[in-house]
Every structure is written in structure tokens, then in C-alpha cells.
Design a protein around this ligand. Structure first.
Ligand SMILES: [Zn+2]
Length: 105
């Protein structure tokens, strides 16, 4: 971009023209710290609390942000993990019962 006062080429992040000292007028205030969404945090949270993840998906889905995608992934992985864990417990319990049953207890 160029200075509107003197036409000198400016650095992208320049506020002031180094040549004439004028403020760069069309500099939008988008340089303010970008809104952080912590997508990884939301993803991990959704993993441990799939129910919360489901709610968060509906909250974020309207915004279509990275965070919503992470929530979705976290929730799916979390639900699958819980199903897996429950399945293993159930299988182990059944096996133990069968072993005891075959032993005549
Ligand atoms: Zn200038």
C-alpha cells in the first residue's frame, strides 16, 4: 500500500508514513488482537464432555468457526471412546461371569 499524502510505499503494518509522518488513513482497526477461539481447548472439552460438545456445536455452528469443527471432532471421538470403554467393560464383565459360571459358582 501507499501513503495517500505523499505516495510513498508503506510497510503493511505501518500506522504512520515514515516519509511525511501522516497517519495512514485507510488503516482499519483490524490490527487489534484477533479474537481467539481456542479451538483445541473446545475440542478437548468436547472429548471429555460429549454432551457439552453437542451443545457447543449448536452454539458454534452458526458462526461456522474452527472451534465448531473442533467441537464436532471432539464430540464424535469422545462418544466413540465412551462406547468403546463401555463395550470393553461389558465384555470383560460377561467373560468374568462366564468363567465363574463354568467353574460352578
Ligand atoms: Zn506519506
Amino acid at each position: 500500500m501507499y501513503c495517500t499524502h505523499c505516495g510513498k510505499e508503506l510497510a503493511e503494518e505501518a500506522y504512520l508514513c515514515p516519509n511525511c509522518g501522516n497517519l495512514v488513513p485507510d488503516r482499519k482497526r483490524h490490527d487489534a488482537a484477533p479474537k481467539r477461539e481456542y479451538p483445541l481447548t473446545w475440542g478437548v472439552l468436547s472429548f471429555f464432555l460429549p454432551l457439552l460438545g453437542l451443545i457447543l456445536i449448536f452454539v458454534f455452528i452458526k458462526k461456522k468457526t474452527k472451534a465448531s469443527l473442533m467441537c464436532l471432532r471432539g464430540t464424535i471421538v469422545g462418544i466413540l471412546a465412551y462406547i468403546g470403554i463401555c463395550g470393553c467393560f461389558w465384555l470383560a464383565l460377561t467373560l468374568v461371569r462366564n468363567v465363574f459360571a463354568s467353574m460352578g459358582y
